[in-house]
Design a protein around this ligand. Structure first.
Ligand code: SF4
Length: 260
């Protein structure tokens, strides 16, 4: 398959989604985030989230925002997506995910080309480019070679990467890759270990009032920092629980993923 057919350009990029820096919350800090969205969990037939829980899959940001809107159908759920009810955004994520697992070398070449372009574009407009490769997945990017380098972080050592993760034992994480552990239903023990080891832990709370309550009183024995003013997790204060409020299908969660 040709490059153009396998990796069509959308919004200027073959794999990355450029956040809109005009409305992006990171803009005020001068950062421009570029995100890679793969299909989460087993949606595309490959497991991109080895530690996903029932609650996080149902509440996943995969179906928040434009990714969850489907004309004539309403808001997509995880069950819809698994049943193959796709909008164009979901279809693109499935295509990218299958390419990652079946066409790895070329995928990483295309990703590196996208990152190089994003760096040029962002810097030309006066922004600092930053990258979230697990927008809707939980891949160990630090272990995947890229264009002869040990990882995509090693290939671009002077730019910042950051992600959430539910994998507690990620090792050899490069210094330009900031990880925030993600609390979910059933992984409290790993989250406590992550906090004890110096990682921040992100927790999703029911609503803004619940976030405020925990900012005032702490959570899991640690101070709480409100994380919704910016997606720039690498700028968060260390040794904190990062409080986010529920969005999309997460608002209805009763699995224990969303905390009260
Ligand atoms: S691990 Fe993250 S990306 Fe994967 S299904 Fe859960 S919330 Fe979604």
């Amino acid at each position: 398959m040709t490059l153009a057919a396998a990796y069509p350009v959308s919004n200027g990029y073959r794999l990355l989604t450029p956040s809109n820096p005009k409305i992006n919350k990171g803009r005020s800090a001068g950062y421009w985030t570029f995100i890679l969205h793969l299909s989460p969990a087993r949606v595309a037939g490959f497991n991109t989230c080895p530690m996903a829980t029932a609650g996080c899959k149902a509440a996943c940001l995969n179906t928040a925002g434009r990714g969850g809107i489907m004309a004539g159908h309403g808001i997509l759920t995880e069950a819809d997506v698994l049943a193959g009810v796709h909008n164009s955004i979901q279809a693109a994520r499935v295509r990218k995910t299958r390419a990652f697992f079946t066409d790895r070398e070329r995928f990483m070449e295309v990703l590196a080309a996208d990152i190089a372009k994003a760096i040029r574009v962002a810097r030309a407009k006066g922004y600092t480019p930053v990258f979230r490769l697990n927008g809707t997945s939980d891949i160990r990017w630090e272990s995947i070679p890229c264009n002869g380098a040990a990882s995509v972080m090693a290939a671009f050592p002077d730019v910042q990467f950051y992600d959430y993760t539910k994998i507690a034992n990620r090792k050899h994480v490069p210094s330009n890759y900031a990880l925030t552990f993600s609390l979910a239903d059933g992984n409290d023990a790993q989250a406590a270990t992550a906090l004890a080891n110096g990682l921040n832990v992100a927790a999703v709370f029911r609503d803004k009032a619940t976030v405020e309550k925990h900012i005032a009183g702490g959570f899991m024995g640690f101070p709480v920092f409100g994380g919704d003013d910016s997606d720039l997790r690498f700028l968060d204060p260390a040794n904190h629980v990062i409080a986010l409020y529920a969005k999309g299908n997460a608002r209805k969660d009763q699995s224990g993923f969303v905390r009260d």
